[in-house]
Design a protein around this ligand. Structure first.
Ligand SMILES: Nc1ncnc2c1ncn2[C@@H]1O[C@H](COP(=O)(O)OP(=O)(O)OP(=O)(O)O)[C@@H](O)[C@H]1O
Ligand SMILES: [Mg+2]
Length: 362
């Protein structure tokens, strides 16, 4: 009887130990999970990206539930561009009619009218398009206009998002770029300043970066061989020579966006000044002749400075006259030829300074 009693106490003790042990295991499991979640910075980013992606996809009329996007594809989907958010259209690109026409013929028409080109493999849109040329001449501008007008999904790929990740994440994201593009095709993947990402591979590249580049290329190859899939990778760079040769080979359609010549500068100036109050005597052709070597963005800067001169003049005259604020709009005079010529002179001085500065430091 005594023995039996002792046994039953042992059994109760055993049960207690088992319960305590399982409780301890459960608590340690929960703590470990919590700690891991805390350590995984990407989790909150993924959640944010997911919310953003859902919003954009809804706006674009994409059914993401049907597509069954994974977490990585969601992150990439958050970089989808809504064409209605883009203010740039073909009308905002001046002096590059040939490039725009070629872009429309070789890239946009085959996307929009797939039925027309279905019977030919050769008239499919190119899988890779490269825009190259000196800074400030309209590469990004053309890409934006393409995003607005192409009628395709457009992913504006921020490359820092691919590289700035934990080990292993980058490769998964790189793969997701293409798997997502395939799911939502026709799709254009745009990488601005592509040389920063796909520059010549060097032996001192970090292992993770090298692997990501390799994977990026092999996925891209998958699309190049798949003719039914309309995914175009579009890149812009002002350093085409820095690009990996293998990348250049995959971008057969190349557009050189060079410095504008005299007639192009006239068109750019006309476009920039068309929305501004200008004096009648302003002659864009004369200004274009004075601005040899200027890029489109230089011309924009010149016009911006010229328009500031009238504000400065107004400030000076109003502080001497003490006029009231209601007169502000009426009192601002239009931009004159003198403003523009002065602004060009100033710009040339600073341009000369920056180039000679570069020479001395080199
Ligand atoms: N052909 C053009 N027509 C109208 N505006 C232009 C043109 N080229 C440049 N611009 C003006 O210059 C700005 C800068 O152009 P953009 O960003 O396209 O240059 P980019 O070629 O991408 O330069 P970067 O190589 O430095 O990125 C544009 O926002 C636009 O205001
Ligand atoms: Mg650019």
């Amino acid at each position: 009887m005594g023995l039996f009693g002792e046994n039953s106490i042992n059994k109760a003790e055993l049960l207690g130990v088992i319960i305590r042990l399982s409780l301890l295991t459960a608590v340690s499991f929960m703590t470990l999970k919590w700690a891991l979640n805390q350590m995984d910075h990407t989790l909150s980013q993924k959640k944010k990206a997911k919310d953003k992606a859902k919003k954009i996809c809804k706006k674009l009329g994409l059914e993401i539930e049907q597509q069954q996007l994974n977490d990585y594809e969601m992150v990439i989907a958050s970089h989808l561009v809504d064409p209605s958010d883009i203010s740039v259209s073909w009308e905002d690109v001046a002096g590059l009619e040939d490039v725009v026409q070629e872009m429309k013929d070789t890239v946009i028409l085959p996307i929009q009218r797939q039925d027309l080109f279905a019977d030919s493999q050769l008239t499919q849109p190119p899988k890779g398009v490269l825009l190259y040329g000196p800074p400030g001449c309209g590469k990004t501008l053309i890409a934006k206009a393409t995003a607005k007008e192409a009628g395709a999904r457009f992913i504006n790929l921020d490359v820092s998002m691919l590289t700035d990740k934990w080990y292993g994440e980058s490769q998964k994201l790189a793969a997701a770029v293409f798997t997502l593009a395939a799911k939502i095709q026709p799709c254009i993947i745009f990488i601005d300043e592509i040389d920063a990402f796909l520059r010549m591979r060097a032996s001192q590249d970090h292992e993770a970066t090298a692997m990501m580049k390799a994977q990026f290329m092999s996925f891209w190859d998958g699309f190049i061989t798949d003719h039914s899939c309309i995914v175009i990778l579009m890149g812009a760079t002002n350093r085409p020579m820095d690009l990996d040769k293998a990348i250049l080979r995959r971008m057969p359609s190349r557009f050189n966006i060079g410095l504008p010549d005299c007639s192009q500068r006239t068109k750019i100036l006309r476009l920039i000044l068309s929305k501004e109050p200008i004096a009648e005597e302003v002659d864009c052709e004369t200004l274009a002749r004075e601005t040899v070597g200027f890029s489109g963005s230089d011309l924009r800067e010149v016009c911006r400075n010229a328009s500031l001169y009238r504000v400065r003049d107004f400030n000076q005259s109003s502080s001497s006259k003490q006029s009231d604020e209601d007169d502000f709009q009426d009192a601002l005079r239009p931009i004159t030829m003198v403003d523009l010529v002065l602004s060009i002179e100033k710009f040339k001085e600073s341009k000369f300074l920056s180039t000679s500065g570069l020479h001395t430091s080199a």
